[in-house]
Design a protein. Structure first.
Length: 755
């Protein structure tokens, strides 16, 4: 006998109510059993059938409970006159006459079960069709068009790299043995070398592709895969190979580049010392010239001067570009670069070379970082990389750049490419983390309106707030790094200092962003984000050191700020007295116009979403912080403080100078990129992301804007509300926006991204 018979339908409300919490107590069972058995209009067989439905040891399935729920919801919403469980039972049973006289029994049953029938009916009458429930993933643009736009002219090489790293040979190494892991990464590098990806930036006559833009695109795309591979690749073909290319001359190129590009000659970049990380000028390793033998003697004077954290050193490197003080006739000519053999082709350490292993690290354990010490290691004169400095035939120091300072910074400036590769690699890691977290949030269901279905957690405003501003900022950084890359490739000597500062700043801005993004992605994925199989742990651990190598971020930001101050001084230095008066007048006029009561309180949607308002706010903050820093330093020096001490006093202020500059550059490039889009649907989506980036940064800095009087509380509150609304409007496109990164499934690999 089945419960779909009309008179038995009357009991569905009771079954649902006692089973919906997945627990039927003994008291509830006895109460219901007594009620069923007291209904004389039921046959004994029917009573037995109904009692079986409340068997504690044989509960109904979730499907049965869901079916009962839908039946009750539909019945109540189609019959507004229902006010009690008795009314509901009557309608369900097609107004069975036997139910007419037992309304009081139903009321007593409700009391015995602790149920308030009117409340139950009221809940079912509530419309579960909420705005939050109805928000769906629905791309408003063509994903492949955005992918092409992001990849730009490098699309062919990006697609080639994605094809290579999707091959079965590139399946992730899961062994926890670092020796196995290191060999796997080395094998991957060999495959990439055979595909002519490692030598992409080298001249064609040495087997290279002579395409720096493609090289940077390769670095970024490889970062969708294992980051140990990226760093090993970057050490070999970037740091080691590009130091020979950039600091050496034709004889070095001829001798080494082809073998470096094919990975026949694995090498290292030995700059950092134990006690001198960012302070390259303070390096203690020496290279003493002996004119009689035409040799240099490389010497590590003490343990703190050993080269440390050197990639490729512990296992695979055969040569190294060693940065050391050049000593000729007891005179120190500053830091120069030398090619020094450290192992033979069989992997044996050479005489005078001591190599240590840095061992297990927080991440990047596929890279063989090590220490190198030199004990009277002799190398021939031609091993000095002599593009900017050399020893002539008389044994005398020569350089086309007479200033020691300028020569030193020119030498380091040629290596700025590393500060472009690292932030682009960090960017790819942020894209991977966001793709995993957003795809998971689109599928993961949790909670929902009372009585309704659970909804995707990405529909919750707070979850959107957690992830979507990060997505907007990551897109912004993408366009800023493209701008930096293009400026570096097309650089002129006059603008190199600015480009170096911008590279240092973007390296910091991007890597700090990645660290923040990945932590938020981990938390946003809950316990699933903590599982290694979902890869966020590897992304976090491997990129954590990105904030340190190629220059500590905080130190680099000081460099950026000093560059901005020098540009500020330069501008004033070129002005006459009238020029300075006009500058101050224009600055004051701009400040007054931007701080007028209408502007500081304007909360209209048209104003808050306006590109010009965003850029002016960023420019105003950058200019104001720069001016105030310059004034503080001048005042401290005028009051007798040494310049070194003055800069130390305002270091926190200097970080703000750099931050404001980088935010303005990033916004400008995002605005320019968006303006260049022709497809209307795509442009609309990118415009929302652009607005979210701009307003979220203003919101983040609202304390400054409020202190300065540039905005009033009513405006910052309106900005907060607009940020929330933009997140809501972007949410349907969120999955499409991460799909546009086109990360190969085999690289993404996280099971939660494919549920």
């Amino acid at each position: 006998m089945s419960l779909d018979k009309a008179k038995l339908q009357a009991f569905i409300p009771l079954f649902y109510l006692v089973w919906s919490d997945d627990l039927l107590t003994q008291k509830e069972f006895q109460t219901l059993q007594q009620f069923i058995n007291s209904q004389t209009w039921l046959t004994q067989k029917e009573q037995k059938e109904l009692t079986a439905k409340i068997d504690i040891f044989n509960p109904p399935s979730r499907e049965d409970i869901n079916t009962w729920y839908i039946t009750l919801q539909n019945t109540i919403q189609q019959n507004p006159s229902i006010k009690s469980l008795h009314d509901l039972a009557t309608v369900l049973s097609n107004h069975n006459k036997n139910l007419k006289g037992i309304a009081t029994q139903f009321t007593k049953l409700e009391n015995d079960l602790g149920i308030l029938g009117e409340e139950v009916i009221s809940e079912f009458k509530t419309n579960k069709n909420t705005l939050t429930s109805n928000l769906k993933t629905n791309s408003t643009f063509e994903v492949n068009k955005l992918t092409s736009f992001l990849d730009g002219a490098q699309e062919p090489i990006i697609n080639k790299v994605k094809e290579v790293i999707s091959r079965k040979e590139f399946a992730y190494e899961t062994s926890t043995d670092i020796n196995i892991y290191r060999e796997k990464v080395y094998e991957w590098c060999k495959i990439l070398a055979k595909e002519n990806l490692g030598n992409m930036a080298y001249p064609k006559k040495y087997g290279g592709g002579e395409n720096m833009a493609d090289y940077f695109a390769i670095m970024e795309t490889l970062s969708y895969h294992d980051l140990s591979l990226v760093i090993k690749f970057g050490v070999q073909f970037g740091l080691w190979g590009m130091s020979v290319y950039s600091l050496g001359t034709a004889k070095h190129h001829q001798k080494y580049l082809q073998d470096i590009g094919s990975l026949k000659l694995p090498g290292c970049f030995a700059m950092t010392e134990t006690h001198h990380g960012s302070n390259v000028k303070g390096l203690e390793t020496s290279a003493t010239y002996n004119h009689k033998t035409k040799t240099f003697t490389i010497q590590t004077p003490n343990k703190n001067a050993q080269k440390e954290y050197i990639g490729n050193a512990a296992v695979h490197g055969q040569m190294a570009t060693v940065f050391a003080k050049l000593i000729i006739d007891n005179h120190d000519y500053g830091v120069n670069a030398f090619v020094v053999p450290i192992r033979d082709q069989e992997g044996n350490t050479l005489k005078g070379i001591t190599i240590g292993d840095c061992g297990h690290k927080m991440g990047l354990n596929g890279v063989d970082n090590g220490t190198i010490s030199f004990d009277n290691v002799e190398i021939p004169k031609e091993n000095m990389l002599d593009r900017f400095a050399s020893v002539n035939e008389k044994g005398e120091f020569e350089s086309p750049i007479p200033s020691d300072n300028r020569r030193f910074f020119t030498m380091l400036g040629t290596l700025v490419g590393g500060r472009i590769g690292i932030p682009r690699s960090a960017l790819a890691a942020a894209k991977s983390g966001l793709t995993i977290a957003i795809k998971y949030a689109d599928q993961r269901r949790q909670f929902g309106p009372e009585g309704g279905s659970e909804i995707p957690i990405l529909n919750y405003r707070i979850h959107q707030r957690r992830l979507l501003p990060h997505l907007a900022k990551t897109y912004a950084i993408h366009f800023a790094l493209q701008y930096l890359t293009n400026r570096f490739i097309n650089r002129t000597e006059e603008e190199m200092q600015e480009i170096e500062a911008l590279a240092a700043g973007m390296k910091s801005y991007s890597t700090w962003n990645t660290t923040t993004v990945l932590q938020e992605c981990r938390e946003a994925c809950g316990g699933k984000g903590y599982l290694s199989e979902n890869r966020i742990d590897a992304l976090k651990n491997d990129t954590d050191v990105y904030t340190t190598f190629e220059g500590d971020n905080t130190v680099l930001m000081q460099l950026v700020a000093k560059n901005r101050l020098s540009e500020f001084r330069k501008a004033f230095g070129e002005m006459g007295s009238m020029g300075m008066i006009n500058y101050v007048f224009e600055s004051a006029k701009t400040a007054v116009s931007q701080k007028n009561p209408i502007a500081t309180r304007n909360t209209s949607e048209e104003h808050l979403l306006n590109n010009e308002f965003h850029l002016q706010a960023f420019q105003y903050r950058e200019k104001s912080i720069l001016e105030s820093a310059a004034k503080r330093i001048k005042k401290l020096i005028d009051n007798g403080l040494e310049p070194y001490d003055a800069f130390n006093v305002v270091q926190h202020h200097m970080i703000e100078v750099a931050q404001a500059y980088l935010e303005r550059v990033t916004l400008e490039q995002f605005q320019k990129a968006t303006a260049s889009v022709e497809d209307e649907a795509l442009k609309n989506t990118l415009t929302k992301l652009l607005q979210l980036y701009a307003l979220h940064q203003i919101e983040k800095n609202k304390a400054w804007y409020l202190e300065d009087g540039y905005m009033e509380p009513v405006k910052t509150k309106a900005i907060r509300k607009t940020v929330n609304q933009l997140c809501w409007e972007i949410r349907p496109d969120a999955v499409a926006l991460v799909d546009a990164f086109a990360i190969p499934d085999s690289c993404l690999a996280a099971p939660i991204a494919f549920q």
